[in-house]
Write a protein of this length. Structure first.
Length: 79
């Protein structure tokens, strides 16, 4: 998880820091200071367009849409 968290911060926050800070500088600080992926997602939720982590999760939860998938899909997860 540490490498993925680092890469998320670099790719999504650091590369767009100027624009993101103009929108919500405190959220940028929280995202860059986060210690877990979950913390990163919650800290960066203002940039999702949903405002709060709760709204972001409610509107982006794939479990609620899985019944609409018509193309066979495989999801792999490894630790």
């Amino acid at each position: 998880e540490p490498l993925l968290l680092y890469n998320c911060k670099q790719h999504f926050v650091c590369q767009n820091e100027t624009v993101l800070r103009s929108f919500d500088s405190d959220a940028v600080d929280r995202a860059l200071e986060s210690q877990t992926l979950h913390g990163f997602l919650e800290a960066s939720s203002p940039f999702s367009g949903y405002g709060t982590p709760e709204n972001m999760y409610r509107h982006s939860n794939p479990v609620k849409k899985v019944h609409q998938i018509t193309t066979p899909t495989a999801v792999f997860y490894a630790k």
